[in-house]
Ligand binder design. Structure first.
Ligand code: GMT
Length: 382
């Protein structure tokens, strides 16, 4: 592998539970491992960022309340913070995750810096809802189109998201597909302390769903698929995450009479522990540009029953790491789940295959692609 020059990189992301923030944080940590210096710039310390050191910095963007403003101007505060931090730490490159409003704020920062003779490239990574759900709204579309086109390099987390972006926006920039990744080698050890008995009896299978429980995840479908599965296979459902669809899902469990078989655990920082004792992962999303949660399940040896929307088919291999169905096809998802769960031998081969497919997305394979993107971005301003 060719040696890469060490850079000072500012990463802008959402710090909360959610795929784009997780990817940005894991990327920052992996870059530090590879000798770069990383500065996270956002409004709160990212949830998966535990360690700060000489090479990992966190700079908080503060937006003080001012009574004149009905909405506090976060982009303004973010772009000012970017300008200050780039100057203070001699940062080489901005990497913004999620176009709204980060690419817009990054562009403004670039322009302000250029006024002072400081030229710095911006890489924008598109994650999904910034394109397919929110960014595409007429309220935001011109600004999103502009800031994508003004980025020095654009990446998307799947081919499907690239295709959506080119279809929905007037994009003049090339879009590089750099898939999401996972530290697969970390999971090669076999857990022996799963404590699965806390959740289910020995005879029961454990089925898991993890998300921000938003409408796009079709949470009612998770419950309906599980309702069918448990009629054939003794099982429990673990629902991880918080969001607006939680209460309606709890009501549905009640009305289907399965509330004693479903556990809502809320947000968790112990995802690996939960996946360690899970037998199957359900992801019946309406849209999913990549499906990082599916990849996290697979690397933990948990097969995935998902829809075939967006980039999911680039992650979950039909008949290998799990199965794909059309959006809303509850019967097909339940049938596939039962096929996997009904005997130990089949389940065990799917578990192994899920792990094997996940290896394709190992950090060691993907992070160098970002380094190449950075070099390309730097070469554009030198
Ligand atoms: O939908 C989510 O779970 C949150 C959202 C986000 O921006 O954090 O996730 C998007 O980005 C993830 C990381 O790249 C992808 O794995 C998710 O598929 C994508 N979500 C959608 O496209 C709906």
């Amino acid at each position: 592998m060719a040696e890469c020059i060490h850079m000072k990189i500012a990463i802008v992301c959402y710090p909360t539970f959610g795929g784009s923030g997780v990817v940005a944080t894991e990327l920052g940590l992996a870059l530090v491992e590879r000798g770069h210096e990383v500065h996270f710039i956002t409004y709160k310390q990212p949830v998966r960022l535990e360690l700060l050191s000489k090479k990992i910095h966190f700079h908080e963007v503060v937006v003080p309340d001012y009574p004149l403003f009905q909405f506090q101007p976060y982009e303004l505060a973010l772009s000012s913070k970017l300008v200050d931090m780039v100057k203070l730490y001699n940062i080489d490159l901005l990497h913004v995750h999620y176009a709204i409003p980060h690419a817009y704020a990054g562009y403004m920062a670039k322009k302000m810096l250029a006024e002072e003779g400081i030229y710095i490239p911006m890489v924008t990574t598109l994650h999904g809802t910034d394109i397919t759900l929110v960014g595409n709204h007429p309220f935001y579309k011109p600004a999103v189109t502009f800031s994508i086109n003004q980025s020095d390099v654009v990446t998307s987390v799947s081919q499907s998201l690239k295709d959506d972006t080119l279809r929905l926006f007037d994009i003049k920039q090339e879009i590089n597909v750099v898939p999401n990744f996972i530290e697969a080698t970390k999971y090669q050890k076999v857990f022996t302390d799963c404590q699965r008995d806390l959740m289910a009896s020995e005879k029961e299978r454990i089925i898991t769903h993890i998300s921000n429980l938003r409408p796009v995840k079709r949470i009612q479908d998770v419950v309906k698929v599980f309702h069918k599965i448990q009629q054939t296979i003794p099982s429990k459902l673990i629902m991880v995450g918080e969001g607006p669809e939680k209460a309606p899902a709890e009501e549905l469990c009640q009305s289907l009479g399965i509330e004693d078989k479903v556990v809502f655990v809320g947000n968790s920082s112990e995802i690996d522990k939960i996946l360690c004792f899970s037998d199957l992962f359900l992801l019946p999303s309406e849209k999913e540009s990549f499906g990082l949660a599916a990849l996290e399940a697979m690397v933990n040896g948990v097969p995935v029953i998902s829809t075939n929307t967006g980039g999911l088919s680039e992650v979950n291999e039909h008949g290998v790491s799990g199965f794909l169905s059309n959006v809303g096809d509850i019967d097909d998802m339940a049938k596939n789940a039962i096929d996997i769960l009904s005997n130990d031998a089949t389940l065990n081969s799917f578990k192994l295959q899920a792990k094997e497919v996940a290896m394709k997305f190992d950090t060691q394979a993907i992070v160098p692609l970002y380094e190449r993107v950075y070099e390309d971005a730097l070469s554009k301003i030198l």
